[in-house]
Write a protein that binds this ligand. Sequence first.
Ligand SMILES: Nc1ncnc2c1ncn2[C@@H]1O[C@H](COP(=O)(O)OP(=O)(O)OP(=O)(O)O)[C@@H](O)[C@H]1O
Ligand SMILES: [Mg+2]
Length: 314
Amino acid sequence: MTTPPFSISLRAPGSRGPRIVLFVEDGGGDWHARRLREALQARGAQVITTCLKFCAFDTRLQSGIHIPGFDGDLPDGAFVRSVSTGSLEQITLRLGILHALRESGVRVWNDARVIERCVDKSTATFFFQKAGLPVPVTRAAEGIEAARAFAAAEGRPVVVKPLFGSQGNGVRRVEAPDQLPDAVEVGDVYYVQRYLRGAADTRFEDWRLFVSRGRVLAAMSRVGRTWITNVHQGAEPVGIETDPEMSHLALEAARAIGADYAGVDLIRDEAGRLLVLEINSNPAWKGLQGVTDVNIAWTLADDFLAALAEKTSA
Ligand SMILES: Nc1ncnc2c1ncn2[C@@H]1O[C@H](COP(=O)(O)OP(=O)(O)OP(=O)(O)O)[C@@H](O)[C@H]1O
Ligand SMILES: [Mg+2]
């Protein structure tokens, strides 16, 4: 079996550290993946960087799973920086590989179940509500008629989001039921939510808390010129000390999903009440790294290796 060109074997000769596979974007690792790889290696881990796209199920292998660079063996741990974009079939196969790794005893960060829960906004919202966390009034259903009925019942602007969206892409505000996007634009699934700002609001802010192993590593406020306050959309990140309420909500949100690490977004409604807006199972941290003294890649590497060591000694 051939090894794709960018799968880099970085095993130090004679090193006996845990064998880690780092799954990155098709085409090579990004800024985050490079820092994570360096941090893991600095702690003695043997790191192979590849893309889930190059993995396979193969009944000729005893493990049943082919990961480039492992010769049919399995790693001790898998860190998923990215599942990478693909067709429904490609994503299904890649998540299947992650499920299979977990079922084979490999510690996967974050696990496929967590990725699935986070990537679908409606499932994440459900888990938050189930855990008793405050969430925006939301309905996710098929068909424009149900969305129109929700918007009409709200009697105020609503927000429509793509079920699989990220970085604020495709998030839009709709002033009236007849402005809802066409079915084809949203795959006929309408994730509609109460718009949480007042008509006169001019200050738009929400908060991103980065959680790992049951604690908040760092946090930032994002202040936008428009109501969509993603850094990707031009909002200004400002480092903050988290207050206990924010920390509590972020940690409980990650726990509700079962995430080992996550980026949790919090927002305040018009009355000033904090709500859990969103969770990301493969969060970027470049913006956050610019406003905190905590080295996020190092801390993530420490946490992941500690989780591996715990599993090994259990
Ligand atoms: N119901 C809402 N009312 C007011 N503003 C909202 C609402 N939902 C989202 N926003 C704004 O839009 C931004 C993007 O929304 P959201 O975080 O839900 O999606 P995303 O960022 O595209 O997804 P992800 O967080 O998974 O990357 C938020 O950071 C917030 O500023
Ligand atoms: Mg967000």
